[in-house]
Ligand binder design. Structure first.
Ligand SMILES: Nc1ncnc2c1ncn2[C@@H]1O[C@H](COP(=O)(O)OP(=O)(O)O)[C@@H](O)[C@H]1O
Ligand SMILES: [Mg+2]
Length: 441
């Protein structure tokens, strides 16, 4: 074995010299975390036989992983004892093996392949969800095994930050490292950091000092307001019922009905695998049983078909088709209808009067996750569904259904008409909402 001259910034020496169950490094861009971890792993793997798993939340292909970084370092140092394969790296002398996994794709079965791991490196740990962590942590169970974590903090509530680093226990090492701690930081990077500092200090703190972004900066909805709305406080309302219906695209997503009367949102009804006719049938049943003043449904995906069926059945007065990408009512303030509806949810949650949401963890996660997109002027634009799905792992079906209940203002018109093909009478239609809407609207 030749003696490569490997130099690792001192701050990373605990990776090789100390034993901790969790080694948690965080900080801003270019702190040397990725290089420091990669070099340390490679060194350790030359000393003794270890089994290493490099994991991240999502790994669509090996290109997303640190495979390339490790093989670059191997080439740079000319570590000929390492052999790089497409999906793993082996040390042919010690028998060390390094593999690469995305946690989100793991099921109970193949996560077992990680049970013999000595060192698990979680890169980009700010994206790890609590759910993934709850599966991973007990899987890394070999005596003396370690979990190495490198993170650029994104927000106050990053799951692993909260679980491990916010109040570290006696088994956890927490170290902050920024570009000025990195003796190898390229001059160009330092210049960029300084420029950023002059231009926008908040950005600098976040990007270069690794401080979490203030919540209001890019999240639309404050999580505290959602928690408060989910605490039970009302069980009825005299406001007219509005139903929002978010319709799945063929495949994985759910179709969700959301029931809201003014400040009282009391029910989410999700169905999976329904076709257009089945959705229309269920909507018809809800109209007949619950007498909504309006049903706002999303015209995207197969929504247009559902809309046609319902209007043919005579519900054209009740059912409104909404185009998420369509023009907002206040088009100077909102990029599209969807942004406007979501902001209505936001205003509703932040209003002076208490509101009620059903206690639903999925709804909570979706509402808190949606991000604004930074665009010129004061127009609000949200990340689109595809981006959201990539980031969060599913689409915000429940929250979109809630948002749809805000598509247009609904007033209690007080003058009943006959809806449906004679299937609904005036009496049963307005049985429970003959009162005019009060201040709840
Ligand atoms: N051990 C090292 N040897 C040489 N260059 C390094 C080393 N560590 C860091 N660097 C330089 O610093 C830059 C930032 O390091 P990196 O590990 O990518 O930081 P982070 O993961 O914290 O964002 C790298 O692109 C590289 O140019
Ligand atoms: Mg990095």
């Amino acid at each position: 074995m030749e003696t490569a001259k490997i130099r690792i910034p001192r701050v990373f020496s605990p990776l090789l010299r100390e034993s901790w169950r969790y080694k948690f490094y965080y900080g801003g861009r270019a702190g040397g975390k990725s290089f420091g971890f990669a070099d340390s792993l490679l060194m350790k793997g030359r000393e003794t036989k270890i089994f290493v798993a490099c994991v991240r939340e999502i790994q669509d292909s090996i290109k997303d992983s640190v495979h390339k970084l490790l093989s670059d370092r191997i080439n740079y140092y000319e570590l000929n004892d390492y052999k790089v394969y497409e999906d793993r790296i082996d040390n042919i002398i010690t028998g060390t093996r390094i593999i690469f996994k995305g946690l989100r794709d793991q099921n109970a079965q193949n996560i077992k392949s990680l049970e013999g791991v000595d060192i698990c490196w979680i890169e980009e740990a700010q994206t790890i969800t609590k759910k993934s962590w709850d599966v991973l942590d007990p899987t890394i169970r070999k005596d003396g095994s370690e979990i190495w974590i490198s993170m650029n903090r994104k927000e106050e509530n990053d799951a692993l930050w909260k679980i491990l680093a916010a109040n570290p226990d006696e088994r956890t090492l927490v170290r902050k490292v920024n570009y000025y701690d990195n003796p190898f930081c390229p001059e160009e990077i330092k210049i960029q950091a300084e420029k950023c500092k002059e231009r926008d200090y908040d950005d600098y703190c976040h990007i270069w000092l690794g401080e979490p972004m203030a919540q209001g900066d890019y999240k639309l909805i404050n999580s505290q307001t959602v928690r408060e709305a989910m605490e039970p406080k009302m069980d009825s309302s005299t406001s007219p019922l509005v139903i929002g219906l978010d319709i799945a695209r063929a495949g994985s997503d759910k179709s969700v009905f959301c029931f809201r009367k003014g400040r009282y949102c009391y029910k989410l009804h999700a169905v999976k695998g329904f076709d257009t006719v089945e959705i229309a049938d269920l909507t018809t049943r809800f109209i007949r049983d619950h007498h909504p003043q309006r049903v706002f449904l999303d015209l995207g995906n197969s929504g247009a078909g559902v809309y046609d069926i319902l209007t043919h059945r005579g519900y054209g007065e009740i059912v409104r088709g909404i185009n998420f990408g369509g023009k907002a009512i206040q088009s100077d303030r909102y990029k599209n209808k969807r942004a406007e509806m979501w902001d209505s949810v936001n205003q509703w949650l932040r209003g002076d009067l208490p509101v009620q949401l059903p206690d639903d963890e999925e709804l909570f996660d979706e509402l808190c996750a949606i991000e604004r997109v930074k665009v010129a002027q004061d127009q609000l634009q949200l990340e689109d569904k595809e981006e959201f799905k990539k980031r969060v792992g599913r689409s915000p079906d429940k929250a979109d259904a809630l948002a749809l209940t805000f598509a247009e203002p609904v007033f209690d018109i007080g003058r009943p008409r006959l809806y449906g093909n004679g299937m609904v009478t005036v009496e049963d239609m307005f049985m429970d909402n003959t009162q005019r809407s009060n201040s709840e609207w």
